[in-house]
Design a protein around this ligand. Structure first.
Ligand code: G
Ligand code: G
Ligand code: NA
Length: 254
């Protein structure tokens, strides 16, 4: 497959780009932070979404890609801070391959150090797949090291994967992200709505923040607010955009 062979060079050729999507306070619409979402600028095909290339990538390629993403985010953070913009933290999607050992931790630590950033400039998102990994205990240890620095850890795509209630009880994390497949059904399917309410209550009772992703319509936002969810992400507020577009959403210094 041609795409797969071109992917092997994408990191070295600096073809990975980072788009930023806003996380907002659902109450006020105010900016809270960004999630960094990778795209591949293919020399012929243009900007490709992760669904087109992540499934083709193996361990060491994912590692190289993540290094590019973290370095790009660190550079953008430094530029934003120099311009006086308060962008909040930027969430990095850390794949399990970088969480089993020290690689993911070392990567962020090096970026903080080299760019004189604060640990709190970053947050981490992990998917429920990590619980399938035989190294789940080591992953929990890595996560705890991040949290000792105050870095917030989100459990992503919640409700579609492999997190059991035992994981919710035992795993160290700060934030639950409701998968957008549930959010998409708000206003359409009563059972999905009941599940969303139950997830929000579960998060709150466990003392975790709750974030809804994929909010596209006002009825969805209103339902989520009413159900007690405080934070959201989705096209209603902003699509993932390149840094120069995304930064316009952040209040300028007076
Ligand atoms: O941006 P888009 O909606 O196409 O992303 C689809 C999925 O790709 C996301 O749900 C996310 O899990 C994954 N993804 C996006 N950006 C990154 C990234 O930087 N690293 C990793 N590992 N996964 C990502
Ligand atoms: O699973 P994760 O949170 O990493 O997924 C984020 C992905 O969801 C991004 O690739 C982004 O492009 C996509 N996304 C973000 N907001 C919306 C939305 O409102 N609707 C839809 N359909 N996709 C969204
Ligand atoms: Na994510």
């Amino acid at each position: 497959n041609r795409l797969a062979s071109a992917l092997a060079f994408a990191a070295d050729r600096d073809e990975f780009v980072v788009y930023y999507q806003q996380k907002v306070n659902l109450q006020t619409g105010g900016h809270l932070g960004f999630e960094a979402l990778v795209r591949w600028r293919h020399p012929q095909l243009g900007i490709l979404p992760p669904g087109r290339f992540l499934p083709l990538m193996e361990g060491h390629l994912i590692q190289g890609m993540t290094r590019c993403i973290v370095n790009t985010v660190a550079r953008d953070l430094r530029a934003w801070q120099a311009a006086g913009l308060s962008v909040g933290s930027v969430a990095i999607n850390l794949p399990e391959a970088l969480l089993v050992g020290d690689d993911g931790y070392d990567l962020i630590a090096a970026a903080v150090e080299a760019n004189r950033l604060d640990w709190l400039d970053f947050s981490i998102e992990i998917t429920e797949d990590v619980f399938l990994n035989r190294g789940a205990n080591q992953i929990a240890e890595t996560i705890s090291r991040f949290r000792k620095h105050g870095v917030s850890v989100s459990l992503d795509d919640f409700g579609t994967g492999f997190a059991s209630l035992v994981h919710l009880r035992d795993f160290p994390f700060d934030e639950l992200k409701i998968d957008r497949s549930f959010v998409a059904e708000i206003g359409k399917d009563v059972r999905s709505e009941q599940i969303v309410r139950a997830i929000i209550d579960l998060a709150r009772n466990l003392g975790k923040r709750c974030v809804a992703e994929g909010i596209e319509e006002e009825v969805q936002r209103d339902f989520l607010l009413h159900a007690g969810c405080d934070i959201g992400q989705g096209y209603l507020f902003g699509k993932p955009e390149p840094a120069l577009v995304a930064e316009r959403l952040v209040r300028r210094p007076p």
